[in-house]
Design a protein around this ligand. Structure first.
Ligand SMILES: C[S@@+](CC[C@H](N)C(=O)[O-])C[C@H]1O[C@@H](n2cnc3c(N)ncnc32)[C@H](O)[C@@H]1O
Length: 220
């Protein structure tokens, strides 16, 4: 069976920008107190539920995996793009990074304390999101937490250029309430919805507001 076109084009696009993405994103979290607060809340909930490994799915260059590690979590990264993974392994040799893709994760059932998808489900077409969230539910232990970050909006933004490279990248925008419904349908009950207005003052002028959704698999 041939691979879905969205995976092939997303992988090739991130392979093309990987080396420049490191510098592009390096200072991002340092300049974003809301994001750091959301990640800290996620880490506390994971610890309160008993810890367990946390998969950063769509980890890219590993910067957020490393941030979670710094918060005391047993975090590892999974990504579609060998180029992004090479940068992650180079910059964070003490952490584990594996190649893999949503929706089919090469992980056992029910073992993870947490799943982070930080601006990665944005590249999954809407009709495939139910499968992705079902997969997150499958790999989480009872009581496990999931945190998503994504741009708020409607429809798809197609980028043909990013950080000076030719790409073919679709950014799927969503309203947080719709994502919350899909998570609930997959058995992941939303416990927090954070909406942040777009930042037009930082180095990168954001096009949209940002959303962060925290959800939990039932304790069983
Ligand atoms: C915008 S980047 C975010 C990277 C990282 N989370 C960060 O915040 O720096 C999106 C990442 O998701 C990965 N990705 C996109 N679709 C994926 C899929 N279906 N499975 C696994 N990773 C995926 C891309 O390769 C890319 O590294």
């Amino acid at each position: 069976m041939t691979e879905a076109e969205f995976l092939t084009s997303t992988r090739a696009s991130y392979d093309a920008i990987a080396d420049d993405y490191v510098a592009f994103a390096r200072d991002d979290l340092a300049a974003k107190p809301m994001e750091r607060a959301v990640l800290a809340g996620f880490a506390e909930y994971v610890r309160a539920a008993g810890g367990g490994p946390v998969a950063d799915i769509g980890c890219g260059t590993g910067r957020v995996t490393a941030y979670l590690h710094g918060l005391g979590l047993d975090a590892f990264g999974i990504d579609l793009s060998p180029g992004m993974l090479a940068a992650a392994r180079r910059d964070y040799p003490e952490l584990r990074f594996e190649e893999g893709s949503m929706p089919a994760l090469d992980l056992p059932d029910g073992k993870l304390g947490g799943v982070l998808a930080w601006y990665s489900t944005i590249h999954v077409p809407g009709e495939r999101l139910p499968e992705v969230f079902a997969e997150f539910h499958r790999v989480l232990a009872p009581g496990g937490e999931v945190l998503l970050a994504f741009q708020v909006g409607d429809g798809v933004l197609r980028l043909e250029e990013a950080i000076g490279h030719s790409v073919a990248l679709d950014f799927n925008r969503w309203q947080p309430d719709r994502i919350a419904e899909l998570l609930a349908d997959a058995g992941l009950a939303v416990r927090a919805k954070v909406w942040r207005e777009r930042d037009t003052e930082g180095d990168v002028k954001e096009r949209t507001p940002q959303a962060f959704l925290l959800a939990r698999k039932a304790a069983g």
